[in-house]
Design a protein around this ligand. Structure first.
Ligand SMILES: *Cc1c(COP(=O)(O)O)cnc(C)c1O
Length: 352
């Protein structure tokens, strides 16, 4: 069935291995983040084979899909109180910042006689999740009172909302907070979780503060690049995931529409550049499945010129290869495109 995403499992394994090796040289554990591919178990298994210590996802539904994998599981998105029962059942540890939610988790864990791990998130400037550093001493003693929760450590998430880049200063602050908590409350924190794929560049520079011992890595594994500066990671592949779409029309047409121009399918008034007659192809995929600007054709002579809900239009004028109706066009994808492709049930996913 087309369109489809073809996933090369061997390349996924190799990418995972490169990231695990980079991190383990500096005694850092890697959790593989599986949310971008909706927690497909068979794919998570490749990262596990490569040596990640656990898997992490933002949705409980995805963790349920992977429940039989014999590694610790982490819920990345702050839990909703109403899903506490599911969270303690399917996740060993979750990221948290709200005491009321942690109280719900504690009750849920107690009711099934389980201990649930907590990583307390600290906001170091990116302005997504986390308590502010000045509130650590209000919340930690309260968490320690909850008998069925184990405060495993603290963590930070950067470069997600605010685009703040991890560095020795903000991650150093996280390290200091962890030592302060240990001294003040006489406990040992097992985990200091220093972020996502944007923290990897610090490993290569040798600038990772010593206390950081865990990273939660998604994009670097699936797309082979770090995300602080967008650089490829040597030894990884950027084509683990390939989109294949079929040509359903291929014709010579003008580059400018004929008639009065009103609005396009999304309420925008389109503008056009006159490039004369063009060879244009329509492929059977659209905005319902993907964000077209996040796709890169393998054949660099092909240019994506637009898309409506179910049709994507390509300029094939300068293409040398002889395409016909029914042929497949292949694309690389960025993170946003991949997220949408995996969520669309119109797009088949196959492994090779
Ligand atoms: C998505 C997510 C990650 C992984 O981010 P990547 O940039 O894909 O490595 C890590 N931590 C949290 C909390 C996340 O939501």
């Amino acid at each position: 069935m087309y369109p489809r995403v073809v996933i090369n499992k061997k390349k996924l394994y190799e990418n995972s291995k490169v990231v695990v090796d980079m991190a383990s040289k500096q005694d850092i554990n890697v959790y593989a983040v599986t949310k971008v591919y909706c927690g497909i178990k068979e794919l998570a298994e490749e990262s596990i084979r490569a040596g990640v210590v656990g898997i992490a996802d933002s949705r409980v539904e995805n963790l349920i899909q992977m429940k039989d994998l014999d590694v610790p599981k982490m819920l990345l998105r702050l839990p909703m109180g109403c899903e506490a029962d599911q969270v303690v059942k399917y996740a060993d540890v979750s990221l948290n910042s709200e005491l009321s939610t942690m109280r719900s988790l504690n009750e849920a864990a107690e009711s099934i006689d389980k201990k649930h791990g907590i990583i307390l998130m600290i906001d170091l400037g990116d302005l997504r999740e986390g308590i502010l550093p000045e509130h650590v001493d209000e919340i930690v003693p309260e968490i320690l009172k909850l008998q069925n929760l184990v405060l495993e450590g603290i963590g930070v998430n950067l470069t997600c909302y605010g685009g703040v880049i991890p560095n020795p200063v903000n991650l150093g602050e996280l390290s200091l907070i962890s030592s302060d908590i240990e001294t003040k409350y006489g406990i040992a924190l097992k985990v200091v979780s220093g972020g996502n794929s944007s923290s990897l560049y610090l490993l290569e520079k040798g600038d990772m503060p010593e206390r950081i011992n865990q990273l939660r890595v998604g994009e670097a594994i699936v797309l082979g690049r770090e995300t602080a500066y967008g650089d490829p990671i040597p030894g990884t592949h950027d084509d683990v995931f390939v989109l294949e779409a079929k040509i359903i029309e291929l014709k010579e047409k003008a580059s400018i529409p004929r008639g009065e121009i009103g609005m396009d399918a999304f309420g925008n008034k389109p503008t056009f550049e006159d490039k004369g007659q063009m060879k244009r192809a329509i492929v059977a995929i659209g905005r319902q499945d993907v964000e077209p600007s996040g796709l890169m054709p393998f054949d660099d002579k092909i240019e994506i010129i637009g898309a409506s809900s179910d049709h994507m239009i390509l300029d094939m004028t300068h293409v040398n290869a002889g395409y016909s109706v029914g042929d497949v066009v292949k694309f690389r994808m960025d993170y946003g495109a991949m997220l949408r492709l995996f969520t669309s049930h119109y797009v088949d996913k196959v492994t090779e």
